[in-house]
Design a protein around this ligand. Structure first.
Ligand code: HEC
Length: 102
């Protein structure tokens, strides 16, 4: 392959990644609803209970940074740290999108 074609291919790939990024960043609400089944045993919808805050309606940005803080140990709560560490970035974004929409 000559150099010029390779550069065009690279540029097309960069463009594809750029165009696809916003859909990934938004988080999948339906996937979030599915994952949230594991949270609703503690987090009640629309109300705090027994020291467990409600998480419905939290802005996605806040939600993501809260889970990151548990994951990295800046927020100290062993249960939530364990839960946050079991979630990958896509799952955190999906949960954030779901709870923000609730
Ligand atoms: C075993 C009970 C339990 C389960 C299950 C649980 N949580 Fe929590 N969660 C808590 C408690 C307790 C806190 C408050 C911890 C603290 O004081 O920092 C909390 C805090 C949070 C916060 C921070 C809320 C705020 O206002 O800052 C978020 C976000 C959160 N949980 C998300 C989740 C998600 C998402 C799941 C499911 C994947 C989940 N939690 C499952 C008990 C639980």
């Amino acid at each position: 392959m000559c150099g010029r074609h390779r550069r065009i291919a690279a540029r097309a790939l960069a463009l594809a990644v750029f165009v696809a990024a916003p859909t990934f960043a938004a988080g999948d609400v339906e996937y979030g609803a599915y994952l949230a089944q594991d949270c609703s045993s503690c987090h009640q919808k629309n109300t705090d209970s027994a020291g467990i805050p409600k998480i419905t309606g939290l802005p996605a940005d806040y939600f993501i940074s809260a889970l990151k803080a548990y994951k990295e140990g800046q927020r100290d709560h062993s249960t939530m740290q364990m839960i946050a560490r079991s979630l990958d970035d896509e799952q955190v974004r999906a949960l954030a999108a779901f709870y923000a929409s609730e």
